[in-house]
Write a protein that binds this ligand. Structure first.
Ligand code: FES
Length: 159
């Protein structure tokens, strides 16, 4: 797996274990979501149901939080994760065109995963590398001054 340790396979028992430390904490929903994603690589539907119950919220409310934060995935990621910065400074330097280029190269839209499960393409909102925009992060490694050619080369290098 490309990012840290491989994700665990979801099970309700393990899910409960992961969110238990946050269950009694005020404002525990966000840290619980972060820990669930760190453990399983995404937030499964069953986890949303579980969180709603634990935090006494509706599923729609939990779902709203999950979709509001771009960090949370609703589906498992591909073997590689390519994040293209879409915040202001990068946009001014052509990050939208870069995203369209990457999408055409991979055959997926931002937020999608290639059919073979090789690459997930995601937007990210400022990597703190505005001075070298447009920026990207490939499997946790940051890249500045990304051009279509550099991006193509980086994508080709992914196993
Ligand atoms: S806006 Fe892209 S790195 Fe800051």
């Amino acid at each position: 797996m490309s990012q840290g340790h491989p994700p665990e396979i979801w099970s309700a028992a393990r899910g409960e274990q992961v969110l238990a430390p946050h269950a009694t904490t005020e404002g525990g929903l966000l840290p619980a979501l972060h820990d669930l994603q760190a453990a399983f690589g995404f937030i499964p539907d069953e986890a949303v149901r579980m969180l709603a119950q634990v935090f006494n919220l509706s599923r729609a409310e939990v779902h709203g939080v999950v979709t509001f934060y771009h960090d949370f995935r609703r589906e498992p990621a591909g073997r590689h994760v390519v994040k293209l910065c879409q915040a202001e400074a990068c946009q001014a330097m052509g990050s939208r065109d870069l995203a369209a280029h990457a999408g055409a190269h991979l055959g997926v839209a931002l937020g999608g995963t290639t059919g073979d499960g090789r690459v997930t393409l995601e937007p990210i909102y400022c990597l703190g590398l505005c001075a070298t925009a447009p920026s990207a992060m490939i499997d946790g490694r940051v890249l500045g001054r990304v051009t279509p050619a550099r991006l193509d080369a980086a994508l080709e290098a992914l196993a």
